[in-house]
Design a protein around this ligand. Sequence first.
Ligand SMILES: Cc1cc2nc3c(=O)[nH]c(=O)nc-3n(C[C@H](O)[C@H](O)[C@H](O)COP(=O)(O)O)c2cc1C
Ligand SMILES: CCCCC(=O)C(=O)O
Length: 393
Amino acid sequence: MYSNFQNDIYAKGMLGGVRPAYPTEFDGWHEAAHQKLTPEAYGYIAGSAGLETTAHANRAAFARWEIIPRMLRDTSKRDTSVEILGKRWDAPIALAPIGVMTIAHEEGEVAVARGASRRGVPMIASTAAAKPMEEIAAALHDTSGNETSGRGWYQLYWSSDRDVALSFVRRAEAAGFEAIVVTVDTWQLAWRPRDLVQAFLPFLRGEGVANFLSDPVFQSRLEKSPQEDPEAAIRLWGSIFGNPALTFDDIAWLREQTSLPILVKGIQHPDDATACIDAGADGVVVSNHGGRQVDGARASLDCLPDIVSAIGGSTILFDSGVRCGADIMKALALGADAVLIGRPMVYGLALGGAEGVEHVLQCLQADFELNMVLSGIGNVADIDRTCLVRADD
Ligand SMILES: Cc1cc2nc3c(=O)[nH]c(=O)nc-3n(C[C@H](O)[C@H](O)[C@H](O)COP(=O)(O)O)c2cc1C
Ligand SMILES: CCCCC(=O)C(=O)O
């Protein structure tokens, strides 16, 4: 039971005089990480596109839904597990793909992988990771110490050089990642004022390009190796990173290239969701990239119900604005199968590396479980639309 964590905290405090090493909710993680991070790293992580209207809308949308807890329902048996793409997850939570995590902590995604596997939470490794995917996979699957083997998916930023994109998929298969998540909303970075005013883009100093620099197909496009001529390698990265020409036909093409499940991340319109499924995807991630791409875009949570109506039965994950157990419950009640945790995890990483990631996940798991059972629901499958009312009703 995840909620044993609550008892542990009280017991350690009252019997041993020890308080938790880190805060236990989002604002605390955010504030403490803000103190620790460089201004540039903080701006990159916390910042969103434009006036950050969409980032705020993501939070406001959660506030417009309210849970009505039900009483006197037997919740003595509780089950937070879900089945996603044929695999059992202990909780309806995975880690969102997040690039260039060495700006938050020197061990970057390797620490994220360790924290995730200790909590049994699947991790989606980003193409823009600061560590090559093979290193992340090794950390995920490392069962030394008391870690259980973690579960990983690979997030593909689809290069305009299709052979590089395919090489990433082949490497992900070989490294043991269990699904491909194609992110389609960020083939180019949006107008991000916090980064612009600090003129900060970590990729240009060689952080977050490891998957490219270590890739044999990418290397074959260079005259000299990335070690010999790092500048030329970064220039090539800049020119082939994203692919504005991508269409649903490419998803259909990818479907023929790999037997791994494919999810398309960054979907906000129900017709796009349907087209993804028609092209052979197994599901989508309803997301506006945490408000980091199209400012003025609709809150991700508000996009969810129509997409559920359009492609219900396919796998539907959700992110953008998930901060606490209640948010997880609301997203599930509106039809998501599971949610992805983004910034809360990054702040945990900044605070304490693998231990910080583990702590944030443990808090979210316990908070979610307690929220669910105290609402009178013993089983994730029973979280549905009847748990919620609109705040203005
Ligand atoms: C610092 C940072 C880096 C990110 N890098 C990636 C990435 O490499 N690939 C990707 O698909 N999404 C990336 N995202 C988006 C997340 O996967 C996710 O959609 C977003 O964080 C959800 O919003 P939230 O963190 O506000 O909940 C990034 C987000 C942040 C904050
Ligand atoms: C160029 C990769 C960008 C990483 C990303 O997705 C983000 O910063 O939101």
